[in-house]
Design a protein around this ligand. Structure first.
Ligand code: PEP
Ligand code: MG
Length: 885
């Protein structure tokens, strides 16, 4: 067969473990079946069919119909039931399954194969009329929603009214006759909304569902999810058709989801939830509150309803054995769906479980220590970008808290923000720069853009495996779910709880680690690298080749960076120092001076200030290299705006305000990014760089004298395009060094080098390396100048570029390896050809981006430099890049 792969009942059509072909779910079902686990028989229509379906204008080839017929025959043979048979009917589930899991993003239809005749057959075969009609109403509701795309609200409403009329609160109180009545109402609803009766032909049902699953691949929510997670559209989804097993066949039946380890904290304990007499969707949808899997978890939570371990000890024992078998087989923590049908266990899914960064670290370190995986594998198991979650603040234990209520600790981290009640508002207010907390009764895939935009997510309903919890953990957003005492009205934009009201725009704080919800903002504290984090970092450091430095310009930044493991400063921008306190007046005086004498007078005032800046930084970074970049931005950025500012400068410079204003006007530039900035400042006003170089060397000698440990300054000239520019600027720096060393009678080692941030510099790197002792790739400007895209204005249109695949990712975030990368590797090559030991690094934002770091490893740079909070991410990414080479 070409597109259909059968599994279960001892049959396997191959493709086992091939996620690209069968999708994650299909591949793992086939694999579980092949290692002897109880998997209901079924077949997978491959992802290749999805691609072809869209290529052919959303049609199926005739050959697929024949293959699917064979697939159904296989299920019939194993189950000894017949699809559409009124006496012994086979029911199937139809589920999507892409290469990577996209939780809640795509469609599922359960109980397919029921119609007015087969429902009677099912009732007889199961000897349970209530169960049969419950299944039928579930099927109609799901099919109407997913396949026919009718308004599901009307169906839910009909069910609510039916329960209300009977005085019931739970679905389980509905009798066979009640369900039967509801089914009639549902069928009428379908006919009314769809214009045709509910399809009775089981084959029509099946093809409708298969089409809907393929169709869901191009749904808006799936597209958004793919964009957020970098999943290419051409991967397609597979469709899995599988014999139904029933968790809703009475009290010896159940359904549940489980993880082989705690996905939130990473502890080695089975973790999960189950519901007696229910179908899988009930657990995920958060309609009924599920029970705990283990006795220990139930006791810890202080919950009453029996755990599965207590309620169904035998099946639980089997399940636990399966957990161990699966973890050993896949050598990773598994996320599992199972169903118990009349005391018989069935496995419906397994996959690598999504986990918080904290859990990822603990699981990787534990598994390496258990000998299940190697240390190298442990390093590769943790997504560097996910570490971000741990590098963020948690609630200050000392801070005052005005606790409103408590829900489930669904995704760790603390967040404060303004309350919003819908995803669109969350997105809007976040885009306007506000921190928001998205508050929902429960979330659904339609909310995904709002969840992404929000700082935190709070729901009133749903367990630890609800949509909100799973998605928030994947995104690294703090989340408190199932805060049941919240009465939320999204319509009136208000939530009520404990006699209090919180309206849209009011501030709430949530703690995803404890589940606490607090009114107002609560202070937070910085994280530290300890425990498993520290261990994994040590292992990473053992294998990485690239050094990791930090972009830091204050002593505090330097301290943070050093604590996070930075091995030096890769970029100390000096311009911000010029704004501090009273310095700005001296800077303005310098800029507006009409001659060198005026500039020198102002620079003399700046020298001691600049020296003390460098002294403070060198003290923190003692013994490590510090790359100090001389002044870079266009001068007009420092100009006065207000009258009072002009007056202040006028007084300091002894000039009149009008002259100053005229000078300021003269400094206006049409295109300042390509204007009088970078080394062009040094070429025209060498005294500026002279002062900065002097400050650097005086500070270095001061620190060396005081601490005995000399820093290693690397003086960096920005925006160089030609050898001659660098030659001139190096002469200025060397002269300053010579003077200071003579004055002080002491020397320090130093280097003079340049940024490579213009295409010309990259091309002429061979010549530039004759002068420069190091290169640091300024990939922010290099991207801007290579692409001809302004880094300050790109946000407006880059989204469209990424959406249409022109650039795979935002090139200012992740290096455009093909274009800008070619310049980097060419410059590295040419620079090395001239000067074999030239030091090469990167200090653009890309230095903290894992994909770009992998590129830096390939090109053989010596170091990457990232913002202090990204240093651990860079350390791990560098280790992974080294291992993958
Ligand atoms: C760069 O251009 O990449 C760089 C690091 O310099 P800046 O961002 O300060 O222009
Ligand atoms: Mg730059």
């Amino acid at each position: 067969m070409t597109y259909v792969y059968r599994f279960g009942g001892g049959v396997s059509d191959g493709g086992k473990g091939d996620k690209n072909l069968l999708g994650g779910k299909g591949a793992n079902l086939a694999e579980m079946a092949s290692i002897g686990l109880p998997v209901p028989p079924g077949f997978t229509i491959s992802t290749e069919m999805c691609t072809r379906y869209y290529e052919d204008g959303e049609q199926f080839p005739q050959t697929l119909r024949d293959e699917v017929a064979e697939g159904i025959a296989h299920i019939e043979a194993v189950t000894e039931k017949r699809f559409g048979d009124p006496t012994n009917p086979l029911l199937v589930s139809v589920r999507s399954g892409a290469r990577v899991s996209m939780p809640g993003m795509m469609d599922t239809v359960l109980n397919l194969g029921l119609n007015d005749e087969t429902v009677e057959g099912l009732a007889k075969a199961a000897d349970d009329e209530r169960f049969a009609w419950d299944s039928y109403r579930r099927f109609i509701q799901m099919y109407a929603d997913v396949v026919l795309e009718l308004d599901h609200g009307a169906f839910e409403e009909a069910l609510e009214i039916a329960k209300e009329d009977n005085g019931f609160t739970l679905d389980t109180e509905m009798s066979a006759a009640d369900w039967k009545t509801l089914v009639a109402q549902y069928k009428a609803l379908v006919e009314e909304q769809w214009g045709k009766p509910f399809p009775q032909d089981v084959h029509d049902q099946l093809w409708g569902a298969v089409g809907a699953v393929f169709g869901s691949w191009q749904s808006e929510r799936a597209k958004v999810y793919r964009r957020l997670n970098d999943i290419p559209a051409n991967w397609g989804t597979a469709v899995n058709v599988q014999a139904m097993v029933f968790g809703n066949m009475g009290d010896t039946s159940a359904t549940g989801v489980a993880f082989t380890r705690d996905p939130s904290k990473g502890d080695r304990a089975y973790y999960g939830e189950f519901l007696i007499n229910a179908q899988g969707e009930d657990v995920v949808a958060g309609i009924r509150t599920p029970q705990y899997l283990t006795k220990a978890a139930r006791e810890e939570a202080g919950a009453k309803p029996a755990s599965m371990e207590e309620a169904m000890p035998e099946v639980y024992g089997e399940l636990a054995a399966v957990f161990d078998q699966l973890e050993n087989h896949y050598r990773d923590m598994q996320d599992i769906e199972f169903t118990v049908e009349q005391a018989k266990l069935w496995m419906l899914q397994t996959r690598s479980g999504k986990r918080t960064a904290k859990a990822a670290l603990k699981i990787a370190v534990d598994m390496a220590n258990e000998g299940l995986i190697t240390r190298e594998e442990a390093i590769l198991r943790v997504d560097p970008a996910a570490l971000d979650q741990l590098l963020h603040p948690t609630l200050d234990p000392e801070a005052k808290r005005d606790v409103l209520t408590k829900g489930l600790p669904a995704s760790p981290g603390a967040a404060s923000g303004k309350v919003v009640f819908d995803a669109d508002t969350a997105e809007k207010r976040a885009a306007a720069g506000e921190a928001v907390i998205l508050v929902r009764v429960e979330t659904s895939p339609e909310d995904i853009h709002g969840m992404h935009a929000a700082k935190g997510i709070l729901t009133a309903r749903g367990g630890m495996t609800s949509h909100a919890a799973v998605v928030a953990r994947g995104m690294g957003r703090p989340c408190v779910s199932g805060a049941g005492s919240l009465a939320i009205s999204a319509k009136d934009k208000v939530l009520r709880c404990a006699g209090r009201e919180v309206r849209e725009g009011d501030t709430l704080t949530i703690d995803g680690a404890s589940g606490e919800v607090m009114v107002g903002e609560v202070a937070t504290v910085q994280p530290e690298l300890a425990g498993d984090f520290g261990t994994l970092m040590e292992w990473a450091d053992e294998v990485r080749r690239l050094k990791v430095r930090a972009n830091a310009e204050t002593p505090l930044d330097c301290k943070t960076a050093r604590e996070f493991g930075a091995e030096g400063v890769g970029l100390c921008r000096t311009e911000h120092m010029f704004f501090e306190g009273s310095r700005i007046t001296a800077v303005r005086q310098m800029i507006l001076a009409s001659d060198e004498k005026g500039r020198r007078a102002a620079l003399d005032r700046l020298l001691p200030e600049q020296r003390s800046d460098f002294t403070a930084i060198f003290e923190v970074m003692a013994g490590l290299p510090v790359t100090v970049r001389l002044l870079d931005p266009p001068l007009h950025e420092f100009l006065p705006h207000e009258e009072a500012e002009f007056a202040e400068v006028a007084q300091a410079a002894g000039l009149d305000v009008d002259t100053l204003k005229r000078r300021a006007n003269e400094l206006h530039e049409f295109n300042p990014m390509l204007g009088h900035r970078g080394c062009r400042l040094g070429v025209t006003y060498p005294e500026i760089y002279e002062m900065q170089a002097r400050a650097i060397f005086e500070a270095a000698i001061d620190v060396a004298e005081k601490s005995g440990e000399a820093p290693i300054p690397e003086v960096m000239i920005p925006l160089v395009a030609t050898r001659r520019e660098l030659e001139l600027m190096k002469a200025v720096v060397d002269k300053a060094a010579k003077l200071v060393f003579a004055e002080r009678g002491r020397e320090v080692d130093y280097l003079v080098g340049t940024m490579i941030e213009l295409p010309r510099a990259a091309l002429k790197a061979g010549e530039i390396a004759e002068v420069g002792e190091f290169f640091s790739f300024g990939t922010n400007d290099l991207t801007q100048t290579t692409l001809g895209v302004s880094r300050d204005d790109a946000a407006r249109f880059l989204g469209a570029y990424v959406e249409q695949g022109i650039y795979a990712k935002d090139p200012f975030v992740s290096l455009d390896v093909e274009g800008v990368g070619e310049l980097v590797s060419l410059a590295a090559e040419r620079g090395r050809a001239t000067r074999g030991d030239i030091k090469l690094g990167i200090c653009g934002e890309h230095g903290g981006d894992p994909a770009s770091i992998a590129f830096c490893e390939q090109v053989g740079l010596d170091y990457v430099s990232a913002s202090p909070y990204r240093v651990p991410i860079a350390r791990l990414a560098a280790a992974q890049a080294a291992l993958k080479r």
